[in-house]
Design a protein around this ligand. Structure first.
Ligand code: URP
Ligand code: ZN
Ligand code: ZN
Ligand code: ZN
Length: 485
């Protein structure tokens, strides 16, 4: 069934439209404790009509229709749906494809209370970035069950790429570009290319993003470790140590400063790299340098690479890796809380045990990536007692349509039951993958009801979604939160 077509047909016919909206799109939430970034409103009502929030408050000056869905939110928080600014659904990596596709990936997101994701278009070296964008749109549009945006990676540099970046920013709604300082020979750019891409981002009003690790050092270390017989997943951590991440983070911030281009450092995994972000923010501005950490960094430990079960260890391989310093999780959480870091992504890029086996005899061939899109909100809540939806919405120019519960915002709403608990497990998760790096974690706080675009998609632990019901979110360049005139 082509659900998109079916939905559009319904909307074309007025009489059916009304029936459809009655069925699923009009919701009244009463006794709500509404949590926004700047306020907590107790005992208010929310009225949702046609996928948008039409009223929030105590006294509505227009009649609320009767015979609509009524939700009693007493004793729970009502929060904006989560935004995961970093996913890789069905990404080709290391000769195989990530198993969470845009359907399964967004299902997992919604099940966990995340109602917007931003994925990365990653063109191959030499491939047109416009062509890669079209491929990602084609993959995603018919499958997504929540709204999504796209960043684009710049994996090679040419006059054509330079030109096409502007087309993406001006015409296609892509206003953030990720550059890799690692994955030598695959995606990595050198410093002069970084300089040029940053200048281009600045000129077209886009946010530059970096994967900050020193790819040259990693290549040397990998060769040395393999020659010395270190072949297991622990070699992944040993080849790309904390200082290798911190050095690249500082270098990226310096290039951002030199080119006067705002910068967002993705997946900050170590204390040292986070300190570089914090220092650069002090020196060059809080609306100029931003840092994102991952659910994995907050909820999993670097000791896993030494697990005697190879599959267990390999399942934790992502880049930059989890760190051996025990205090890492706690310190990164504190740095999020005090605004040294600004957001938490998942970097969801899942591979099954069989796929991870591509690196059985050589850690550098283990496909990189872990789960997280489903459990990100729970992990943040469990470890820090809060969420960071608002910052991602502002940084990526989605606010206040996303990341806020206000009149006119999209009705992406989570009824968060902070008294309930759930235990994370591969047996119950909504991912396509056969491992969960947060296995056994007991989380206080459950997304009891998840409303996506005005439709109840999660209730009583059951997911009810329609492939293709999500929309692509074009994000304008020259975001006023970052680019001050
Ligand atoms: O290990 C990771 N992070 N895999 C996805 C690609 C990337 O670098 O974000
Ligand atoms: Zn990366
Ligand atoms: Zn195991
Ligand atoms: Zn990533």
């Amino acid at each position: 069934i082509d659900y998109t077509l079916w939905r559009d047909l319904l909307f074309d016919r007025k009489s059916v439209k009304i029936r459809y909206l009655r069925m699923s799109n009009n919701i009244y939430i009463k006794n709500a404790c509404v949590v926004n970034h700047d306020t907590i409103q107790e005992n208010v009502s929310i009225y949702v009509e046609n996928g948008v929030i039409k009223f929030i408050g105590t006294e509505c000056d227009f009649p609320i229709p009767t015979n609509i869905e009524v939700i009693d939110a007493s004793g729970k928080y009502v929060i904006p749906g989560g935004i995961d600014p970093h996913t890789h659904f069905e990404l080709e990596f290391g000769g195989t494809f990530a198993v969470d596709d845009f359907y399964q990936g967004t299902c997992a997101a919604v099940a966990g209370g995340t109602t917007t994701i931003i994925d990365f278009v990653i063109p191959k070296k030499g491939q047109s970035i416009l062509e890669a964008y079209e491929i990602w749109r084609k993959r995603a549009d018919s499958k997504v069950v929540c709204d999504y945006g796209l960043h684009c990676a710049i994996t090679w540099w040419s006059v054509e790429v330079n030109k096409d970046m502007e087309i993406l920013a001006k015409e296609k709604g892509i206003s953030s570009f990720k550059m890799f300082m690692a994955y030598k020979g695959l995606f990595m750019l050198d410093d002069s290319e970084l300089y040029e891409t940053f200048e281009r981002c600045r000129d077209i009003g886009a946010l530059a993003q970096v994967h900050a690790e020193n790819g040259d050092i990693i290549a040397k270390n990998t060769k040395k470790l393999l020659e010395n017989g270190v072949k297991g997943p622990e070699g992944h951590q040993l080849s790309r140590t904390e200082d290798v991440e911190a050095e690249a983070t500082n270098r990226a911030c310096v290039i951002a400063h030199q080119t006067n281009c705002p910068l967002y450092v993705v997946h900050v995994m170590s204390i040292s790299a986070a300190e570089e972000v914090a220092r650069a923010r002090e020196r060059w501005g809080k609306n100029f340098i931003f840092g994102e950490t991952l659910a994995a960094a907050l909820g999993a430990s670097g000791e896993e690479y030494y697990d005697k079960c190879w599959h267990h260890a390999a399942a934790h391989v992502l880049s930059p890796p989890l760190r051996p310093r025990k205090e890492t999780r706690e310190v990164l959480m504190k740095m999020l809380a005090n605004d040294d870091l600004q957001s938490t992504g998942s970097d969801n890029c899942t591979f099954n045990k069989k796929q991870k086996e591509l690196g059985l005899d050589d850690f550098s061939k283990i496909p990189n990536g872990v789960n997280g899109v489903e459990d990100r909100m729970s992990v943040i809540w469990e470890k820090g007692g809060g969420t960071d939806i608002f910052c991602a919405a502002k940084i990526f120019n989605l606010y206040p349509k996303k990341g806020s519960l206000t009149v006119g915002a999209d009705a992406d709403i989570v009824i968060w039951n902070y008294k309930d608990t759930r235990t994370i497990s591969v047996k119950t998760h909504h991912h396509a993958c056969d491992f969960n790096i947060f296995e056994g974690m007991v989380c206080h706080g459950v997304p009891e009801i998840v409303i996506v675009g005005g439709k109840i998609c999660v209730r009583d632990g059951k997911l009810s979604v329609t492939p293709g019901s999500g929309k692509f979110l074009p994000r304008n360049a020259f975001n006023t939160f970052i680019f001050k005139s």
